[in-house]
Design a protein around this ligand. Sequence first.
Ligand code: F6P
Length: 340
Amino acid sequence: MRFGVLTGGGDCPGLNAAIRAVVRRSALFGHTTLGFLDGWKGLRDDLSRPLDPASVQGILSRGGTILGSSRTNPFLKEGDAAKVLATLAGHAVDVLIAIGGDDTLSAARELHRRGGKVVGVPKTMDNDVAGTDWTFGFHSAVAVAVDALERLRDTADSHHRAIVLEVMGRNAGWVALATGLAGGADVTLVPEEPYDEAALLRHVQRAVAARGSALIVASEGIDLGPQKGSAGARDDFGHELLRERGVGAELARRIQEGTGVETRSAQIGHIQRGGSPELFDRILASRLGAGAVDLALAGRFGEVAVLRGPVVIGIPLDEAVGTTKTVTPDWLDLLHTFDA
Ligand code: F6P
């Protein structure tokens, strides 16, 4: 068999580990792999490079993706969809492994509907793909965010300030939740809960009264109502670039005004998406990449390899795309145990 593989959407640590797993697992059974460059753009524009076990040597621990990525939606224009199918046919690709988040996997589902043979692998630092317990990239991103929070604690303590750390995550609060929990924030704001300014100011005041400083973690996706800086720019899949709203800076302004405590903010942005994957992500990416090859070899096209409890299973792409997996009430209940 000839496998194709692509990585689409925002990059995250673990993508190279997943590519390596696809290549190594398919080679183990005597098959070959072609890598498409820059996500679906590579299929639309016929950009590819052959991959073999030697070419994926040493990439397990490297961040980013050796194949490149983009947020190209190949099904926006009919002409592009035809080009994708022609590229697959032209290279005699039997099955495509699409590694990505909701957008990339939605495009994979569309390809499947049009007769293409495809298997998905979920990834994203946002951890918001339905049907899988975790996505790789998430734990690594949270480790970076927790490190940032701990550095900010030093300054907050030294200067008796409040500091807001704004993290990514789009419309799901997983990154903020995990950063707040693991980093010991005084209050954590996630998009799953309505913004309550009175409560926020109360928590900040309590923390400052108790310790002389306060740490706030805010997800980029929280809704503060109309604010300056909302850029409204959208990508190919229609998503607003949320960090351009700058909720962290706006919160810092409101906290300082509402409490009189000197307040700063930090937005770590894409720093969260770079660097070497944490061990959990290396292993999860390896399991899902290999699992996707196994699904393909079993003829289970139109499925996606996911983690359910201790095992990797295949579920239909339909079950994994179209819904954002958001933070559940039990997690929020735990989170608020630690509010100041
Ligand atoms: O989906 C991953 C993510 O990092 C989101 O958390 C964030 O909103 C978005 O991508 C940023 O996109 P871009 O890399 O296009 O600026």
